[in-house]
Design a protein around this ligand. Structure first.
Ligand code: ADP
Length: 805
């Protein structure tokens, strides 16, 4: 039967667990089968008798294409209508929250060709069983322009709209304020929007909690049988393998075991995918284990998601929670981490020397690694500033000669024990005795020498299991190791910011005494060499890792990174627990979620300190940042005149240092708005904590942001971040949703000053009009968990994988 609906499926998965699969109840079939999320959507379409479907995938959609094939399983292999997979025209688009009208415009022929009068726009990350025709009837009966489908008060990114109206919006996408159906519903005043409430089990897979929960839900008879009903079956492609084998020690309770498994341990309330081996003495509870994993003897897993082909070594204990399950990455090896000796090498580390976020990360990561039992050593150059501040406390260790450019240089090595971390500083007058850390003509020589000195020093230490290097300043270490007796020593290169690469004359290689290097041209690129030679790679947020696949972000190194895609991981940084408004010794008044009203005193104090009008009703936008192109200063300079002219209630406080070019323009901006803007130029010119505690919002409109610490600190202090959705900002700030009231801050998508300005105005309107929601948002922000403990744990797992491989 022909239907009056066609369907647009938004398959924008940004999750790491790309093969989002949900397992079904062990019902009539002898073996548990696997369903992809797309199967739920396509089965709902088939069950609603809809025949015309377009899937809009994003990113690597090949596996989706393979899985869906011709659409035969869902009767979508038609001549007329049928199933279409419509990828984005440009590979360089960043993932959006939802399919945009712009992306629909790219495939406008599909819409024009469809003979149906209405469209469903839905998302492919839903586990539910719905008849779209009921929604259409409701839509028509209510004479609505748009019907939004919700479950309880949860938005499902599912809408019904007439084809005519939809095409109108698609055709004019470039002149609209609304980019998606979501925004249209929120902002378009003259539309009749009605809500259709779907009954019955529904879950959106937006995070690992929902992912694990929906899998475990299928083990409950009431839920499983309501999703998998004989009248409205869920169709999937089947695979065949031999039945699971249970050996003599096996014990299985309320679990689903797929074919091909070999079980000799205990499995309770868990879903086990194909070809998993669980050995004697192992216990798996409340977990989802993907295919081809091995869980060795006597290991214990609780609330864990193991991605494909993970190996859990014997005697390992993994303990997650339902809210925050422990998740591995594909092919990871997990083991207990006793006696791991790691050498961390970087160009800066807090509290010794700091120019930016890198120092914070190295300082706090090393402390946390040590706290978790890792034997950690950090090596830094002894810059003049460290010598001046710390020299009294440094203990001389040994001297050495390092050859560089056929000259002999003497290094003196000093030690400092900082909490449980052993710091070593390399002293050499020629290369390191400088006022600043970077910015000298011979930077390439300085850091090449540093790398060589580190490798030469290895003889003086007990052997390390792994060397963790950071950014271009340490990127020649793997190459130097390859040309040393330490060839087998494993290395991890973490990229904190791809914009700094260390491009230098290729003579550097010869100066290091390396003779077997194949040059591509006269220049070498330190970071590129690191990417090609380190054992594994990581960067500081999952989103940035994905973004680096696109030239807009990855630039000249996109291809080198793509080549190492399988060995490249994104691990989000965290902030130290010392960022806490309750115990902060600098700010005016301490506060926490329980007495959030005390934050106001910090606002008034900040206004006083900055010589601004003291008034709680003013709206303070704060920024603490390096003043460089990356941080979005072009957007600010483009839009702040208008923003401030139109709203005298906005106050803007900026603490930063950096490019003269921007500073000059910012000073002019300040002069045009002297009562509204206060600039503090310099590093630590005032304490950043005053701003983190006193501002209402914290602005980070970055063009790109590998991780970003500012927004995490702001969240902790209940100062709501306004950020562009890129890199780590995307991983840490959830956009406030006016309807569900979820989220912990505000985001905008494009690097566009107008979009930023509109967002700030919307945020301001919420600030003045709805204090209740605003306070709730502050609470949620303060509850965000971006702790270092979480990211440290991830690094430890990764270290283990590298060593075991
Ligand atoms: P990046 O590493 O790119 O500079 P992050 O947001 O990751 O950016 O880290 C910046 C860190 O440096 C934050 O802790 C921020 O508070 C601090 N910071 C930046 N500029 C200044 C400044 N002028 N004075 C004091 N602290 C600053």
């Amino acid at each position: 039967m022909n239907s009056n609906l066609f369907v647009i499926v938004d398959a924008t998965f940004k999750d790491n667990l790309e093969q989002l699969t949900i397992h079904r109840m062990p019902g009539a079939l002898p073996f548990a089968g696997k369903y992809r999320l797309i199967d739920f959507t396509l089965s709902n379409i088939k069950n609603s008798r809809i025949t015309n479907v377009a899937i809009f995938p994003y990113g690597n959609y090949r596996s989706l294409q393979d899985h869906v094939g011709s659409g035969k399983k869902w009767d979508l292999d038609r001549r007329r209508d049928g199933l279409f997979i419509l990828p984005p025209k440009s590979l360089y688009i960043a993932p959006d929250e939802m399919i945009t009208f712009q992306r629909m415009y790219e495939h406008i022929e599909f819409f024009k060709r469809s003979s149906q009068d209405y469209a469903v726009i839905t998302s492919a990350n839903l586990v539910w069983n719905i008849d779209f025709h009921d929604c259409l009837t409701y839509h028509v009966d209510n004479n609505a322009d748009i019907t939004e489908v919700m479950y309880k008060n949860i938005r499902l990114k599912t809408f019904i709209i007439s084809k005519k109206l939809l095409i109108d919006y698609i055709m004019t996408y470039d002149s609209l304020e609304y980019r998606t159906m979501m925004e249209l519903v929120e902002k378009a005043p003259n539309l009749k929007v009605v809500i259709y409430k779907h009954q019955g089990y529904t879950r959106t897979i937006t995070d690992t909690f929902n992912y694990l929960k929906s899998n475990l839900d299928m083990l409950r008879f009431d839920i499983g049988s309501s999703i998998f009903t004989p009248e409205r079956p869920i169709y999937s492609k089947e695979k065949t393998s031999p039945p699971a084998r249970y050996l003599k020690n096996a014990e299985v309770k309320n679990s689903m075991i797929s074919s091909g498994c070999l079980i000799d341990g205990i499995v309770i309330n868990s879903v086990i995918a194909r070809d998993v081996i669980i050995k004697e003495g192992a216990l798996v509870k409340n977990s989802f284990i993907m295919s081809n994993c091995v869980i060795e003897k006597d290991s214990i897993l609780n609330y864990t998601i193991l991605d494909k082909q993970t190996i859990v070594k014997k005697n390992t204990q993994i303990e997650g929670t339902l809210q925050n399950p422990y998740v591995t990455q594909k092919e990871q090896i997990v083991s207990s981490f006793q006696n791991l000796r790691v050498l961390l090498v970087a160009s800066e580390s807090y509290p010794f020397i700091k120019t930016g976020g890198l120092a914070d990360v190295i300082g706090s990561l090393s402390r946390n690694l040590a706290r978790q039992g890792i034997d950690i050593t950090v090596i830094l150059p002894l810059y003049k500033k460290i010598r001046d501040t710390f020299f009294e406390s440094l203990k001389y260790q040994f001297s050495k000669t390092v050859y560089y450019d056929e000259e002999k240089y003497k290094i003196r090595v000093y030690r400092y024990q900082y909490k449980k971390v052993k710091y070593y500083f390399i002293d050499n007058f020629t290369f390191f005795d400088y006022e600043r850390v970077y910015g000298y003509e011979n930077d390439a020589d300085r850091f090449a020498f540093f790398n060589k000195a580190v490798v030469n020093m290895l003889d003086d230490f007990k052997p390390f299991n792994l060397v963790h290097i950071n950014d271009w300043h340490t990127s020649l270490i793997p190459l130097l190791l390859d040309n040393s007796p330490y060839k087998d020593l494993k290395t991890l290169l973490t990229i904190h910011n791809i914009d700094y690469q260390g491009i230098a004359d290729n003579k550097i290689i010869k100066k290091l005494g390396i003779t077997n290097f194949v040059f591509k041209n006269e220049k070498i690129n330190f970071l590129e060499i690191g990417i090609n030679t380190a054992s594994k790679l990581s960067t500081v947020s999952p989103t940035y890792k994905e973004e680096l696949k696109y030239e807009y972000y990855g630039k000249n190194l996109t291809y080198s990174l793509l080549k190492r895609e399988r060995e490249f991981y994104g691990i989000l940084n965290g902030i130290s627990s010392t960022f806490n408004p309750l115990s902060d010794k600098i700010i005016k008044t301490n506060y926490s979620i329980d007495n959030i009203e005390n934050k106001l005193e910090n606002k008034l104090y900040l206004q006083k300190k900055m010589n601004l009008l003291i008034d709680k009703n003013k709206f303070i936008i704060g920024m603490v940042t390096r003043i460089v192109e990356q941080k979005g200063f072009d957007l600010i300079l483009n839009s702040f005149d208008e923003l401030l002219n139109n709203n005298s209630n906005i106050q803007f406080i900026l603490l930063g240092s950096g490019d003269e070019k921007y500073i000059k323009e910012l000073i002019k901006l300040e002069q045009r708005h002297p009562t509204q803007i206060k600039l503090n130029i310099g590093y630590d010119a005032t304490s950043p904590n005053y701003i983190y505690a006193g501002a209402d919002v914290f602005l980070m409109p970055s063009r790109f942001e590998p991780c970003g610490l500012g927004q995490m600190i702001a969240l902790k202090y209940g100062t709501l971040p306004i950020v562009r959705r890129t890199g780590g900002l995307n991983d840490t700030v959830d956009k406030y949703d006016v309807i569900t009231k979820k989220g912990n801050g505000f985001t905008f998508n494009n690097y566009d000053s107008n979009e930023m300005k509109i967002t700030i105005n919307n945020v301001y309107n919420l600030f003045v009009s709805n204090k209740k929601d605003w306070n709730k948002l502050m609470e949620r922000a303060m509850k965000s968990d971006n702790s270092l403990a979480k990211s440290t744990q991830k690094y430890i797992e990764f270290y283990n994988t590298i060593i075991e491989n």
